[in-house]
Design a binder for this molecule. Structure first.
Ligand SMILES: Nc1ncnc2c1ncn2[C@@H]1O[C@H](COP(=O)(O)OP(=O)(O)OP(=O)(O)O)[C@@H](O)[C@H]1O
Length: 337
């Protein structure tokens, strides 16, 4: 278990990490998600031991790694970190880079070859670093970090330079590899799709505070507040009174606000459903069509994601209702810390 307790890191003028407490169970992957400048890299550097907390403690299992008066140096933590800007050795080839920390191990060559294969860079084995693409260098950096068989792998935006198709494939393989080898991982990203795919838990950071810390489905369906709801996807934030129009008979608090995800609203033929609306705008996203609706009478604009072959057009009349299996989540606007 990697455990941070009340970690704070500040400069003279500002607080970068504010009283962070979290747990990452051994062998699981957690992503650290947040907008640019929210403190993700600082948290990873602190876990790696490249930076020290001003207050709080960091432990791996029973071992105290960091506290205001104790600091285990990075090379003694059994961790590897893949940085946002790659730090490869330009004078060595790909193999030399990946083998750097394991040269003396008996199975070094097999281990290096297996990692090159895992990350689809075997064909680059004898290439120089300085003529590789950004995505290729990223994979070399990842292979090098795994080669030393770390207990904990820290990755800062590890797939930012890799195209979507390859990224998906590498995700799957890396995920299985981490699981099979019992490696605990902490991955910083600002891409929520990447976080959904990859994580057992997501740590959501905003302005240096941990505002949500839960498995992906919980974060998407029952986020800590409206900001988290919006960061993780399109939202409708409706009062109980507004939502009641789409879901008659549901027990709702009229003045409370509810999160209603766009895919939990069903469009029906005009004249059917719970309410009537007109299509005000549509955007095509491939897997679904986003439709913005104006309810008859007054009321908020409603966003709906429609799948299937039917294309809706601006001005068209539709019926709509909350899906019977949807569970609207009451939203609390106070940060949950
Ligand atoms: N050594 C430092 N001195 C002063 N400010 C710092 C220092 N390190 C980080 N910061 C500031 O702390 C904030 C958090 O930085 P950090 O790099 O951790 O954010 P991030 O979430 O990783 O951002 P990005 O997604 O852009 O990489 C930023 O506003 C940054 O400018």
């Amino acid at each position: 278990m990697l455990r941070g307790t009340a970690l704070t890191r500040a400069t003279r003028t500002r607080t970068i990490l504010n009283n962070l407490s979290f747990e990452v169970p051994a062998g699981t992957t957690a992503t650290v998600l947040g907008p640019s400048g929210s403190g993700k890299t600082t948290l990873l550097r602190l876990v790696m031991g490249l930076d020290r907390p001003d207050t709080g403690e960091l432990r791996l299992g029973d071992q105290l790694l960091s506290s205001p008066d104790r600091h285990v140096p990075p090379q003694k933590r059994g961790m590897s970190m893949v940085f946002q800007e790659f730090t490869l050795f330009p004078n060595l080839d790909v193999e030399g880079n990946v083998a750097f920390g394991v040269k003396r191990a008996r199975d070094a060559e097999t281990r290096v070859d297996a990692l090159l294969e895992l990350l689809e860079i075997s064909q680059l084995k004898h290439r120089r670093i300085d003529n590789l693409s950004g995505g290729e260098q990223q994979r070399v950096a990842l292979a090098r970090a795994l080669a030393v068989a770390p207990r904990v792998l820290l990755m800062d935006e590890p797939f930012s330079n890799i195209d979507a198709m390859l990224r998906q494939r590498l995700f799957e393989r890396l995920h299985s590899y981490l699981r099979a080898n019992g490696i605990t991982a902490l991955v910083a990203t600002h891409d929520h799709q990447e976080a959904f795919y990859f994580s057992d838990h997501i740590l959501v950071l905003k302005d240096g505070r941990l505002i949500d810390h839960n498995p992906p489905r919980r974060i998407y369906e029952q986020p800590a507040n409206a900001w988290v709801a919006e960061f993780f996807g399109d939202t409708n934030l409706l009062t109980g009174a507004e939502l009641g129009v789409l879901a008659p008979g549901r027990p709702l608090q009229p003045a409370a606000r509810y999160l209603v995800r766009p895919e939990t609203i069903e469009l029906t033929d005009p004249g059917s459903g719970a309410a009537a609306a007109t299509v005000a705008k549509t955007v095509y996203y491939g897997a679904y069509q986003e439709v913005r609706l104006r309810l008859e009478g007054t009321g908020p604009e409603i966003r709906v994601h429609c799948t299937g072959p039917k294309t809706l057009r601006v001005g068209e009349q539709v019926g709509l209702m909350l899906r019977t299996d949807a569970a609207p989540h009451p939203i609390n606007d106070e940060p949950a810390d």
